[in-house]
Design a protein around this ligand. Structure first.
Ligand SMILES: [Zn+2]
Length: 351
């Protein structure tokens, strides 16, 4: 039996007198939604009030702005740390332009940086399928080699990506971060535990992918075995995209084909971002530890922007930072409708 997926929402009207209207009386719609897995709430409000702001890529290319970038130049290996021989005998991992090294400022025991490109500033059109598959492929190699060494294998493979400064990324030079972590952090621990308790009535992630595909409201498309959809209760001010690989419980179910079709979907999202003038995002790819069959591999992708270029205000404020209550100005159903055309070609190829 498929797990039941329930989408709870509450629509609210806020009445006020608007001086911009004739009689001044109006009602402003907003909505609260609850994530069907975790029950975490999110607000939809301020509809259409926030637009993604353009980024001046030439500014980031100025030598005085670049300063010293350890990921640039022909001697990037001399400027980056290497793994001890007992972890990775060759010291660093290479594939194409990509170079994976330990993070000089680690967040966990196994915390790495994967430099994706030789170029310092790479606008979205420059992030090719090869660049993405090389980077993700190196991450996969790192996960496999390090997890094999772990006796329990009970670590979560994680990829994180901050792209361009509105995302909070401190380095403009494109890079992923790959981790093997024992503590999955607040949100993913909640998801992991909720998936486990859901397992009694079926596999939540397969059920979510199937239900969204059936409803055709937030379903975006497919690339390979990945299902792409707009999150029902989004984390980002411009929404959130989720890609699910049903049945991919751990690294034994995640391979180079998974990486290639994930890259293809990311490229399609980037084409949408370009069309919507979105120049920055956060992404996280999570896999479960070995020995469980309820937490499927999934990627979360959240567009980021400065609220405006006058004050350079970030798009996160007290609601998200202190209440952990995200606000999105775009309905997930509208986001899905905007991205769907960029996935149609792959849908046809798949069939
Ligand atoms: Zn650089």
């Amino acid at each position: 039996m498929a797990a039941s997926i329930e989408f709870h929402r509450r629509e609210i009207l806020s009445r006020l007198k608007d001086p911009r209207r004739g009689d001044g009386s109006t009602s402003i719609p907003l909505e609260i939604r609850w994530d069907p897995l975790t029950g975490r709430s999110a607000r939809l409000a301020h509809f259409g009030a926030i637009k993604a702001q353009a980024l001046d890529y030439e500014f980031y290319r100025r030598p005085e702005v670049i300063g010293h970038c350890p990921f640039c130049g022909p001697d990037r290996e001399a400027q980056t740390p290497s793994f001890p021989r007992d972890l990775i005998p060759e010291g660093r991992l290479h594939r194409g332009q990509a170079l994976l090294v330990p993070n000089l400022f680690p967040y966990d025991m196994h915390s790495t940086v994967c430099i994706l490109t030789r170029e310092h500033v790479v606008p979205l059109p420059g992030l090719t399928p090869e660049i993405l598959t090389d980077g993700l492929g190196l991450g996969l190699e790192f996960w496999r080699r390090l997890q094999e060494r772990s006796a329990s294998g009970s670590t979560f493979p994680l990829m994180g990506w901050n792209y361009m400064p509105p995302s909070g990324g401190g380095l403009v030079h494109p890079h992923h971060q790959y981790f093997l972590i024992e503590e999955p952090g607040n949100r993913f621990r909640l998801e992991f535990e909720a998936s486990a308790s859901h397992a009694g009535v079926g596999d939540y992630w397969s059920a979510l992918a199937a239900r969204e595909r059936e409803l055709e409201e937030r379903f975006i498309g497919s690339t390979g075995a990945w299902t792409w959809l707009a999150a029902f209760a989004p984390e980002g001010v411009l929404g959130e995209i989720i890609a699910i690989l049903p049945g991919a419980w751990d690294l034994d179910h995640f391979d180079e084909e998974s990486v290639a079709s994930l890259s293809e979907g990311l490229i399609r999202c980037f084409r949408y971002f370009e069309s919507a003038s979105i120049h920055s995002f956060n992404a996280a790819l999570f896999l479960g530890p070995r020995g469980q069959k309820h937490f499927a591999a999934h990627l979360r992708l959240v567009p980021r922007t400065f609220l405006n270029l006058r004050d350079m205000a970030p798009d996160v404020n007290f609601l998200k930072m202190l209440m952990d209550e995200p606000v999105s100005v775009l309905r997930p159903e509208e986001l899905a409708a905007q991205i769907r055309p960029f996935f149609r070609e792959s849908e046809h190829q798949r069939k």
